[in-house]
Design a protein around this ligand. Structure first.
Ligand SMILES: Cc1cc2nc3c(=O)[nH]c(=O)nc-3n(C[C@H](O)[C@H](O)[C@H](O)COP(=O)(O)O)c2cc1C
Length: 204
């Protein structure tokens, strides 16, 4: 059995420090039940992660969890989702091949007539490489080290301190990183700028 840095089992036999090659204009989409069990994945999801549909359906989403991901991110993600709030997170995922791919998430929550959450829809897009290399990887590495040494209680405290220093929430922090990088890349036309970051990013 493979154990991650927190001594938790993960699904891969082998980790390969190479990125999956994928069409980064595409949206990777999945639908789960309220417990995060996969009920649907689009073709892009299947292509990028390398699992067949029959290997994904009925499985927990942690099937693509990468051991480089700090636990605290998923703790915050689930707190938000169970509370009925959307959440954006930058996540490193693990393909069946052992390769990785980085994405930013966007969620939709669906409820039954009683108001109970029955499904989550996750849409994921690629993240500029500079954001990963210069900001996210160093932060996540630190959180993971803290988790390994002192547990998630302290990685959460560190993350909170990091964000408090910048006077931002996690979501504000990552969206600004992406927005600023895209501005630097100078790919934005005036019209796209006016459309606004959220709409341009997630097509809403
Ligand atoms: C709709 C939805 C999508 C998710 N997408 C991912 C994902 O792409 N990658 C991932 O590692 N976890 C994802 N998760 C979180 C997993 O359910 C899980 O919390 C995470 O992989 C960590 O595993 P653990 O909770 O067993 O520690 C998603 C959860 C939901 C509800």
């Amino acid at each position: 059995m493979n154990l991650d840095y927190n001594n938790r089992p993960y699904n891969k036999r082998e980790i390969i420090d190479k990125e999956v090659t994928w069409d980064k204009t595409q949206v990777i989409m999945s639908k789960t039940n309220a417990r995060g069990i996969i009920e649907y994945a689009n073709e892009v999801f299947v292509d990028v992660c390398g699992y067949e549909d029959y290997e994904l359906m009925g499985q927990p989403h942690s099937i693509i969890r990468h051991p480089d991901m700090p636990k605290v991110l998923f703790k915050v993600l689930w707190e938000k989702l169970k509370n009925g709030e959307n959440f954006h997170a930058i996540v490193k995922n693990l393909a069946k091949s052992g390769r990785y791919y980085w994405v930013i998430t966007d969620f939709d929550i669906s409820r039954n007539d009683e108001g109970e959450i029955i499904n989550y829809f996750a849409r994921r897009r690629s993240v500029p490489q500079e954001v990963i290399t210069n900001h996210i990887e160093p932060l996540y590495r630190k959180l993971l080290q803290i988790e390994g040494a002192s547990g998630m209680e302290y990685s959460e405290k560190y993350l909170n301190g990091f964000l408090e220093e910048r006077n931002k929430t996690y979501v504000q922090y990552i969206l600004e990183l992406i927005y600023n990088q895209e501005k630097l890349d100078n790919h934005n036309t005036k019209a796209e700028e006016e459309k606004g970051f959220f709409s341009r990013f997630f097509g809403k």
